[in-house]
Each structure stands twice: as C-alpha cells, then as structure tokens.
Design a protein around this ligand. Structure first.
Ligand code: ADP
Ligand code: ASP
Ligand code: MG
Length: 815
C-alpha cells in the first residue's frame, strides 16, 4: 500500500493532472494507492479572500467566487469528454451555489468565525478531489473517492485543528478493511470535529493528511508530489545554486521544514517517523528525477550542513530587566501565557545572566502577545523590575540544519562570519541543545543575501558570485570589461567564480541589472541608462543588497574617492585605481583602512603604484610576515620614464610629452605627471603601507620644471611653456649625456623621509637600463638588506592597469 499526495501546483493545470494520471497508471496495479489531493493551485488563497471580503460586506467576493469557479470549469472542459461534463458540471454548479449562500450569510452577519472559515476552505479540496476521481475514471483508472472528514477526527480549533489519532487511526483502518478499490482519492487538508463540524489542518495541511493515512495503514512509502524535484539545500526560488538533497533524515527534514522549507508541512513527518515509513519527495512535472528520500538516518555526502531555510514575518519580543535575575518562574509565567493565548514560539534565547529572554513569534501574534505579556508582568513593569517590552516586527529567521553539525567545530563561527562579511546584522541567535540547527534573526531585506552567502559558504561545489559596480569606463574600464568577458568561462570552470557586472557608470549615464549586465551589450545598455549620479549609484548598490558586492573606481575623480567611506560602511568592498583616496590627508586614508577592517570589506588599490605590478601586495606580504622596510628606491612614473627614454638629442621635449599623452601614458592633465605630484603620491602610498604616518606635504619634491611651466594656467598654456623653455630641457639632457648618465625620475623613502626628483643615473645602476614605460621598485628591508627585492615591468597602460584591477577583484574572491 502506498500513499501519494499531489500538491496544489500538481493539480493546478490540465497538463499537470495528465501527469498525475500517468504516475498513478505506472504504479503496480496490485498495490493499493491512496491519493491525497490538494485544492487546485491558488484556490485556497482565493477562498480566504472571498470569505474576508464577504465578512466586510465587500460585494466583490462574488467576482472572486466566479474566478474560483472558472478555474474548475476550465480543467473540466479541458480534461473530460462532453458526455461526462454534464454530471460533473451539475455537481459543480451545486457546490458553488452552496458556497455562494454561505458567503452571503457571512456578508449578512458581517462576521467570519473560524468555524465558517474552515467550512469555506474545505470546498477547495472537496472540489478538486471530486473532479480528479472523475478524470481518473475516464482514463480507465478504477478510482473511488472517500471524504476525509469521515476518517480524520480533530478537536474544534477549526482552522488549525489537532488530530485525535486514536479515533482517526481506527476509522482509517476500518475503511481500509472494507475498501475494494485499488485507487482511493482523498481530499487533503480537511477533517471533522467530534461534533461533526468541518475543520482544516492548517495551511499546507494536505501533506499531513497523507502522512496520517500512511501511518495508520503502515504504507510502504509516502510520496509527496510537488513542483520541485525534492527538498533542496535551500529554497530554489531564492537560491539559484540550491540542489536537491538526495537523502535526509526525518529529524533534519523536520528542522528544515520547521524553519520554513515549505515543500513539506512540518507536522507531516511525525506520524510516519514512528513507523519508519520512508517519505519520497518527487516532482510531478519531472517524475524521472530522483527527488529526496527521507528516512531514519541520512546517509548522503559528508557535508555536516544539510540545508538552509528561513521564515519571514517574525516578531522578536524581548523581556529584560534586573528583576528577572535568579528568580525562578519568570520563564514559566511567560510561556504559560503564550500557550494560553495559543501563540506558537518559533525561537527562544535566554542570556546566561538570566537578565533577558527573547522570543520569536509570528507577526500576526505580535499585538496579542504584547498585550498578554504586559498584563502578566504588569506588577514588575510598574516597579521597574522589568523594562517595558521591546517588540520588533517584520523580521526573519534563517537556520542552517544538519545532524552532523554537532561533531564539527567552527560551523557557527563560519555562519556568523559569513553573515558579518556581508553586512547582515544579527538580532538574535539560537542554537538547539541537540545542535541540529543554528538559527539567527535578521532583517527581512537581508534574507536573500544571507541565504545565498551561507549557501556559498557551506556548499563548496558552489560558485562564488562576485557582484561588481564599476564606475569609469574610459580606456582602462573598457579593457577591464573586455578582460572579464574573455575570462568568464575560465573563472567559472577553474576558479568557481561567477563574476557579474551589476552596475556600470560613466560621468553621464549609469545602468543596473540584478542578474548581470550582458557584457556583449554593455555600451548600448549604458547609453540607454539613467542619468548618472554618485549617490544614486551607491543607493542602487545598497538597495540591491547583493552578497560579495565590489565597487570598482576607475576614475581619477576626487568626488568618487569621497564615496568609498559609504561603500565600506555597507560592507561593499572597494577596488580603486584612483589614487586620490590613498594619497589625500593621512586621517582620511587611515579612516578607510579602519572602516575596511571594521566592516570586513576589502579596500584594495594595487594599481595605485606600478599599474598591474604586484608592488603593494608584495610590500603588504613582507610586512605581514614581520619584515621591516629600511629604504625604498623606485622609478614609479611610466609616463616620465617614457618621456625621458624618448627625449634624445635631436628631439624636442614638448613633442615627446605630446606623444606620451597621445599614447595614453600620462594623466589627462600631463602636469600631474610632469610636476612629480603623481610620483610623490605613489611613494607616499608606499611609505604609508610601510607603516609611516606621512602626508603629501612631507615629501620633498625637487621639480625639474621651470617657474614658467609651473605658472601656466591651462594645459595649453603649459604645452606652450614647454616650447618656450625648450633650452632648459635640452640643458638637462646635455648634462646627463656629458656624465654618461640616463635621466630618471626617482622616488625615495628612507628613515621616515621621502623625496622625488629627476636624477642622472650612471651606467651599472639597476635604473639605468629601464626601458619604455617600465617601472622599477627596490625594497631594502631587514630580510633584504644588501640585495634589494626588485619588482620591475610595465608600469603604465590601460591593459596592465585593467589586469591589476582584475587581480584585486579575484583576490577578494579568494579571501
Ligand atoms: P505543494 O503545492 O505541492 O504543496 P508547496 O508550494 O507547498 O507545494 O511547496 C513547494 C515549494 O516549497 C517550492 O515550490 C519551493 O518554492 C518551496 N520551498 C521552500 N524551501 C524549499 C526547499 N528547501 N526545498 C524545496 N522547496 C522549497
Ligand atoms: N490547500 C491547502 C493550502 O493551500 C492545503 C494544502 O495545499 O496542503 O494550504
Ligand atoms: Mg504544500
């Protein structure tokens, strides 16, 4: 004997009902099948709407009623022959006439009692079961219908009734004894009180009906047929990487469903658990998929975390006060009143100081609970022994579940650090003593992010998703997008990283796409975007609230750099090639570093020095491993190096600078390079990263420009002044040539002091042969006192800068 339950979506359309016919027909014809069906999809919700509208005398309940009727008539029309429709339609007409009268009387008395509500709700399953039996018969399956109200006896908590198992089991067994049919269809969800009134078993209760029948009859299996291929590692509608769990224990499944995995109604497991009847969850639309097997012990893979689930609409009530310490009976009084008010408590935490108790309940019970608790503790509240209740509504609980968690250390640590890294604020934590679940109360807006980041963290086969918000799509930005596009597949296949650009902005426009901007069309998307705004960009990143969000600044704009603070405070990592933030006032730089630590949001700026060369990373590694910087000597300007390498006898300084700008080696305003400010900023950043509290003003800048050059107001003026002062530059070149030296613009840091300036470098010096736009950095440290550690290579150019930014982004993924 088997029990099969088909949920609302499985009986929601003609196509799905056809699948049910196939599933039932394929089963061994000798095995008796009890088929429990839900109301057709959406019908229960519509019945509730109709009842509530009628109770407030809103006549539109008739429109809702018509909609419910249409749902049924459509299925009858599509699945039955015209000959058989006559009887069926007459029955349906009858039932809807009945229902109409019930609703009319509710409208008249202007009141909806629980008893009437249960009666109205029962029509959903009564109708669906009636129609399905007819359809099965017409498809040659010899099925009979049995009204569950004649089998399942409950108390009279009409809409959430408790089952009297003794009487129920007897009734089911005696029915089974007399039953001859191989297929029996039962309406799920509905039952009756001992007075004979209709009751229902709570929302989602058809699963429970099936379990009650399976347990009473010692079925070989309880099959729950639904719209997903099993119980997933997380709700597949919210976590795209969730996968079906092949095998899970009763206890684990119970925990997951208790914490919101709606695929199975929580009370369902209990009756079959005692009899050790396996539960199989299957997908009606994809019957060949394996589904989930729920048994006494879960085998499955070794992952101690089996699944993650969540419940919304949670209210947290905190009872706090010094008057509670050490006095027994406080909790008793609290839980007694909650029980008396029939308020189900979903989560409890108590501080070990006994100074506070915190409970999580359904939002719908919040006001009732507050009033009741206020009354019970009135005496203590008036005397200040207990603070007025703290009631916080509209929260959510997320829980990780697994029986093996107790034998693994560090699970809760990982859970909370994952949430912390993603800026998910935790309002309360509870861990069952059995350690089968760890749950936390969080803001509902953070649920999707929390589920996804926990899933990524606990299910290693998952991709890590990085969500980029890029501002500045000039040369470098464009190259970065190209590189991301061409590496997409490699990152996914080899590094299990799913890199998506969610937001993109230039100075005029910005565009967002929660599922990732299609990289092939980013330009068109951006051009058709909304008007750009720095705050708007931030607000979008905040509102989308995605895990592993990274803000990438590819501008040279001060206002953009001023926004980093806000990103970091929202735990959004910052990757910048813009040097302004790290080279501005020390306190600002320091504040960003601190915020990065405080909010667990990386702040990376490798490309600030030497473009794609790993200069800052190497320096950080030296220092982190206990080394100490003694001296840094460096040529840090790709542009100045390019200029002085190409400035030879017979050329003209002005033309070379123009060429450097044309080829993209200088900043848009070449004075930033030629004045030495850019190099000063870079050595400043290296000095700071070496541990020095230094500002730009502290750096000696021996400029090689003339006063005339410095006085130029515009870029054009500056270029003209280079022509006017050509002699000055020719002299610098002549002197170097005479001394058999090369001109290099050198930055130095030593003994807490830094300077930048043009130097004549003699042959044999590591800087002498520096070619093109190359950079070189020599670190003299305690570990490298004589022979410095040298990093050398292209230090400018869109491609290498983009790859440096890319490396910073990937570094965040691997953290
Ligand atoms: P039915 O109508 O068949 O009873 P339900 O809507 O009650 O179906 O339950 C199935 C739904 O449960 C799925 O469509 C899915 O959205 C939701 N769900 C939530 N958590 C999980 C989970 N961990 N695994 C599978 N489904 C889940
Ligand atoms: N039809 C009922 C509901 O929607 C019972 C069920 O489908 O399990 O809650
Ligand atoms: Mg259900």
């Amino acid at each position: 004997m088997k029990v099969l339950k088909f949920g609302g979506t499985s009986v929601g359309s003609s196509e799905n009902i056809k699948k049910i016919v196939e599933i039932i027909s394929k089963n061994d014809s000798d095995t008796t099948q009890f088929i429990v069906v839900s109301a057709f999809a959406t019908v229960t919700n519509l019945l509730i709407d109709a009842a509530q509208l009628a109770s407030i005398k809103n006549s539109s309940y008739t429109t809702v009623l018509q909609k419910i009727k249409d749902i049924h008539l459509t299925i009858i029309n599509e699945l039955t022959s015209t000959r058989d429709q006559k009887n069926l339609n007459a029955h349906i007409e009858n039932k809807f006439e009945e229902l109409k009268q019930v609703l009319q009387s509710i409208s008249l008395i202007h009141d909806l009692s629980a008893k009437s509500e249960a009666n109205i709700l029962s029509y959903g399953e009564l109708l669906s079961s009636y129609i399905i039996v007819e359809i099965l018969n017409q498809h040659g399956i010899d099925a009979v219908r049995k009204d569950s109200r004649e089998l399942i006896v409950t108390n009279n908590t009409y809409t959430n009734a408790s089952v009297d198992f003794e009487r129920t089991n007897k009734k089911i067994r005696s029915f089974s004894k007399v039953n001859k049919a191989k297929v029996v269809v039962l309406p799920g969800f509905i039952a009756s009180s001992s007075d004979g009134d209709t009751t229902v078993l709570g929302r989602g209760g058809s699963d429970f009906t099936a379990s009650i029948v399976a347990a009473a009859l010692n079925a070989s299996v309880l099959e729950i047929w639904t719209d997903v291929s099993g119980m997933y590692t997380a709700n597949p509608k919210l976590v795209s990487q969730a996968i079906p769990i092949e095998e899970i224990s009763y206890e684990e499944a119970m925990e997951l469903s208790h914490f919101g995995a709606k695929v199975i109604y929580p009370p369902t497991i209990h009756p079959v658990l005692k009899k050790e009847i396996p539960i199989l969850i299957k997908n009606t639309l994809k019957p060949d998929e394996k589904g989930t097997l729920i048994t006494k012990t879960s085998k499955g893979k070794s992952n101690p975390v089996k699944g993650i689930s969540h419940i919304e609409n949670v209210t947290l009530i905190t009872l706090e006060g010094s008057g509670m310490v050490g006095i027994p009976g406080f909790s008793k009084r609290l839980f007694e009143i909650l029980a008396a008010e029939k308020i189900n408590v979903k989560l409890i935490t108590q501080a070990s100081s006994e100074h506070s108790i915190c409970i999580g309940i359904d939002d719908s019970n919040a006001d009732k609970a507050k009033a009741a608790i206020d009354t019970v503790f009135e005496f203590e509240i008036i005397r200040d022994k207990i603070k007025p209740l703290d009631v916080e509504k509209h929260l959510s609980i997320i829980a990780i579940v697994g029986e093996q968690m107790k034998s693994h250390q560090g699970i809760s640590g990982r859970m909370f650090s994952t949430l912390g890294k993603n800026n998910v604020n935790i309002r309360a934590i509870a861990q069952g003593a059995s350690e089968k679940n760890i749950s936390a109360v969080i803001a509902t807006k953070d649920v999707k992010k929390a589920l996804n980041s926990l899933h990524e963290s606990f299910f290693k086969e998952n991709y890590k998703q990085l969500n980029l918000f890029i501002t500045g799509v000039g040369n470098v930005g464009e190259k970065l997008i190209d590189q991301i596009r061409s590496q997409e597949k490699f990152l996914r296949d080899k590094l299990k990283i799913n890199l998506r650009i969610i937001g993109l902005s230039n100075s005029k426009k910005m565009v967002f796409n929660e599922t990732g901007i299609p990289l092939k069309f980013w330009k068109i998307n951006l051009n058709n975007g909304q008007n750009a705004s720095l705050h708007g960009f931030l607000e979008n990143a905040k509102t989308l609230n995605l895990r592993n969000s990274i803000f990438v600044d590819i501008t040279a704009n001060r206002k953009v750099a001023d926004m980093y603070k806000e990103y970091l405070k929202n735990s959004i990592a910052v990757v910048a090639c813009n040097k302004i933030a790290c080279s501005s006032d020390f306190d600002k730089y320091h504040e960003l570093k601190e915020l990065s630590l405080e909010y667990n949001a990386p702040f990376l700026f490798e490309t600030n020095v030497g473009a794609g060369l790993p200069v800052i990373d190497t320096l950080n590694n030296l220092i982190a491993s206990g080394d100490n910087v003694i001296n840094i000597q460096a040529v840090l300007s790709g542009s100045l190096n390019f200029i002085f390498n190409n400035f030879t006898v017979g050329t003209n300084f002005h033309d070379i600078v123009k060429q450097a700008q044309h080829e993209g080696y200088t900043e848009p305003d070449p004075r930033i390079d030629l004045s030495g400010v850019d190099v000063a900023r870079k050595i400043l950043i290296l000095a700071r990263e070496s541990g020095e509290k230094m500002n730009l003003d502290d750096i000696r800048n021996d400029s090689f420009l003339t006063k005339n050059n410095h006085d130029a107001v515009t870029v054009d003026d500056f270029y003209r002044s280079l022509i006017d002062d050509a002699d000055h530059f020719n002299k610098l070149l002549a002197s170097a040539n005479k001394n058999k030296c090369q001109l290099k613009y050198v930055a130095e840091f030593s003994n807490g002091k830094a300077k930048v300036g043009l130097k004549e470098i003699p042959e044999g010096h590591p800087f002498y042969n520096l070619k093109g736009k190359d950079n070189i950095v020599m670190f003299y440290t305690n570990r490298y006192p004589e022979q410095p550690m040298i990093i050398k290579g292209a230090g400018a150019g869109a491609d290498v800068t983009a790859s440096g930014l890319f490396a910073d982004v990937i570094k965040i993924a691997s953290n």
